[in-house]
Design a protein around this ligand. Structure first.
Ligand code: AN0
Ligand code: CP
Length: 314
């Protein structure tokens, strides 16, 4: 594995899942592996889980960590080629990526979609530029279109909570007051296709995810029908891909509540967090015994640690 940008960087997802379960069982087994190595974390956007779980995982491996908040502390970076840099950006990713590679051994980057220009976002200009110009491995901490560390943690969470060999997993759109990226949903679909699960995606009309992710995936526009017999309900809001970045609905009849959970097979409730209570999911569901959102967030240490180990063992 050269970089961890998407599921396509992983040779064998089942093998990686096995390694992740080992990390989960014994997080300090390789606590010298990262000695004298440094993880650099670059944030263009806010984070609670990604920031802290990445630091924790690095410490479990004996690594040092440096964090740079580009959004507030760093120079504003240019990502487009050939531009006359007489506006807000002070430095190009070309220099920044090469220079940061002089200081650290692995670089993690978070840079959300702008949700204005679909081609720019789906070309993944920022992460791809870092990959091109860095001389050390790049880890995606949520890019414009993907959040693979979340999905690997989700996979571990499903594996350790399933009571069926092949569980029914439902990804449901839920309302939200702000326009959010499709990244978590795209990645979840991409990773679930590689897992031993039956995946159903449910959302209102107009919220279809990009076709490159949805090929061969079942879509059910009737949310309650989709929930029928489900073993896992994974809620997430995303803005429209087709009417790019727009909020087409704030329909609270899509909020996950106990009434809908009652038609499932006693399903576990999942969400990547942060979550808006009583908009995305009712208090009753997220506070219920079936909610595994905190364990899911805990598995973010497992996913980043598994990925870091791959790079350190090279
Ligand atoms: C972000 C998103 O939907 O991509 C991050 C989720 C991990 N969520 C918000 O901005 C609320
Ligand atoms: N799930 C997740 O990535 O959370 P943060 O945005 O808090 O890192």
């Amino acid at each position: 594995m050269e970089n961890f940008f998407s599921v396509n960087d992983v040779d064998n997802v089942q093998e990686l899942l096995k390694k992740a379960l080992e990390v989960k069982a014994n997080p300090l087994a390789n606590n010298e592996l990262g000695k004298h190595k440094t993880l650099g974390l670059i944030f263009y956007n806010s984070s609670l889980r990604t920031r802290i779980s990445s630091q924790k995982a690095a410490y479990n491996l004996g690594m040092d960590v440096i964090v740079l908040n580009i959004g507030s502390d760093g120079w504003q970076l240019e990502s487009k080629d050939g531009v006359i840099m007489d506006q807000g950006t002070a430095e190009h990713i070309k220099e920044a990526a090469a220079v940061i590679s002089e200081y650290v051994d692995v670089i993690g980057i978070r840079c959300f979609a702008g949700l204005e220009d679909r081609d720019y976002d789906y070309n993944e200009e920022v992460l791809q530029n870092f990959i091109k110009h860095a001389t050390v491995p790049i880890v995606n901490l949520e890019s414009s279109t993907l959040h693979p560390l979340q999905s690997l943690a989700d996979l571990v969470t499903i594996e350790t909570n399933k009571s069926q060999e092949r569980p029914k997993v439902v990804l449901t759109w839920a309302p939200h007051p702000r326009a959010l990226p499709q990244a978590v949903a795209n990645s979840f679909v991409e990773w679930m296709k590689e897992a031993n699960v039956d995946l159903v995606v449910t959302h209102p009309e107009g919220y279809d995810l990009a076709p490159q992710f949805m090929a061969g995936v079942t879509v059910e526009y009737d949310q309650k029908k989709a929930f029928d017999g489900a073993d896992f309900i994974y809620a997430k809001n995303w803005s429209s891909f087709t009417d790019y970045g727009k909020i087409l609905s704030k329909d609270l009849s899509w909020t996950v509540n106990q009434d809908k959970m009652s038609v499932t097979n006693n399903a576990k409730f999942m969400h990547c967090l942060p979550v808006r209570r009583n908009v995305v999911v009712s208090d009753e569901v997220i506070d219920s015994e079936n909610s595994i959102v905190v364990e899911q967030a805990g598995n973010r240490v497992v996913s980043i640690q598994t990925v870091l180990q791959e790079f350190l063992k090279k």
